[in-house]
Design a protein. Structure first.
Length: 424
């Protein structure tokens, strides 16, 4: 008589582990957050929102049966499309779609005898061809591991550095893009939600285009001419309150709203798209907002640093000073532009997740992000040491937003973020 039933993943992308099948309630599988086993829309677009259900039965003996819920791509049991419901047997393979997410059904018997395996049956010291050349058996999994892609990018970056020695402009751009990419990857791993790379790239590139378009002049006119956001002129004396107010309007509100424009555009575009495109492009929860907001900040930081600050530093202080400023500004973006925009992105995603408080959420998020931004700029005018304090505070706001977003995520069971420390 079976004691417990399990579904075990068969190394499907985005799925790992096992799920117990209780004898007192059914288990639904699909992309809808209300399902008991939720699959990520990005990796499993062919899975319906409510794809299949496994129901326990107690007569004549305890067992489980698999039922398809009128899914678009069908449910397959041992390679055969399921019609209606069918009793599961130990070792059965379940696939959601012909080549979709796959699981193996297993049971544990209460009275199962203890089996002692002879070392003759499975000799652990046998040398096989795949043991000699592991890449032949595990190579297909490498592209899904977090440590592989960054390593490949790093090798490519090193090659570019060797090739551009003697060309400071391209050399600096290569370093800038590499550091920015690694800084963003750090935030991406903390968030733990998959988002297509081309959507993230598109968001950052859209921000660059905005900065190069007449839209920027419109923002500057509103926030620095109409509103009190004028930057201090050389020799102008301002007290702390006046300086902070100017930075709040002229840098905080202006730049945070500008960086948020691609997020709002993607949200409204995605609303009219069918699944899975609406899930891939849109903002439906705070984690989406953080990922897109920080991507926008990367585009902003790269253009501002490589197009303005570094050339000025090279012209006035030399090439070494330009390289030093480049590294400091882009590494600091994790506690700077990425922190502000990520926090406002969190508020945008939260306003979508809880629409009844939309305007209050957006208002508080924007004012907080702009306030942190203003404090950073004000500290830069007063004392470089204060930048450390403001940077730590800004990063703390972003990290807290990521933690809360992961807790609120409707798909948190699929979150791949890694804990640095485990609780005892």
């Amino acid at each position: 008589m079976p004691d417990r039933g399990y579904l075990r993943s068969t190394h499907t992308v985005g799925i790992g582990g096992e799920w117990e099948l209780p004898l007192d309630r059914e288990v639904t599988i699909g992309r809808d957050p209300s399902c008991n086993l939720v699959l990520d829309s990005h990796n499993h677009g062919m899975v319906s929102r409510r794809h299949a259900v496994i129901r326990p039965r107690t007569t004549p003996n305890p067992h489980w049966e698999l039922c398809d819920l009128d899914s678009a791509n069908g449910t397959y049991l041992n390679g055969q499309q399921l019609r209606g419901s069918q009793v599961l047997q130990p070792g059965d393979t379940i696939a959601l779609g012909q080549n979709g997410a796959e699981f193996r059904f297993e049971v544990v018997f209460a009275s199962a005898p203890t089996v002692v395996h002879s070392p003759v049956v499975a000799d652990p010291v046998t040398v096989t061809f795949t043991k000699l050349f592991p890449i032949l058996s595990t190579g297909g999994e490498l592209t899904h591991k977090a440590y592989f892609i960054p390593a490949i990018i790093t090798v490519g970056f090193v090659a570019v550095m060797f090739a551009t020695v003697g060309n400071p402009e391209i050399f600096n751009r290569a370093i800038g893009f590499y550091i920015a990419g690694m800084a963003y990857y750090f935030v991406y791993q903390l968030c733990g939600k998959r988002k297509p790379w081309w959507v993230l790239f598109l968001t950052g590139y859209a921000t660059v285009l905005l900065l190069l378009s007449p839209v920027l002049n419109g923002f500057i006119y509103v926030f620095r001419e109409i509103l009190p956001g004028q930057f201090p002129s050389p020799g102008e004396s301002l007290n702390l309150v006046e300086l902070t107010i100017r930075m709040f309007f002229g840098a905080g509100l202006l730049e945070e709203l500008l960086k948020a424009v691609p997020l709002f555009v993607l949200y409204f575009i995605a609303r009219g798209l069918p699944s899975p495109w609406r899930d891939r492009l849109g903002i439906w929860e705070p984690l989406d907002g953080i990922l897109l907001g920080t991507a926008s900040a990367v585009g902003f930081t790269l253009l501002e640093t490589l197009g303005q600050y570094v050339p000025n530093a090279i012209q006035n202080l030399g090439g070494e000073a330009g390289l030093q400023l480049l590294i400091a500004r882009i590494l600091g973006s994790v506690a700077g532009h990425m922190a502000y925009s990520g926090y406002f992105g969190y508020a945008i995603g939260l306003s979508v997740l809880i629409p009844s408080k939309r305007w209050r959420t957006l208002g508080v998020g924007l004012l907080t992000a702009a306030g942190l931004h203003a404090l950073w700029n004000t500290a830069g005018f007063l004392d470089t040491g204060l930048l450390v304090v403001v940077g730590v505070i800004s990063y703390a706001f972003l990290a807290a937003a990521i933690l809360k977003a992961r807790a609120l995520s409707p798909t948190r069971s699929q979150n791949f973020a890694t804990r640095l420390f485990e609780r005892n």
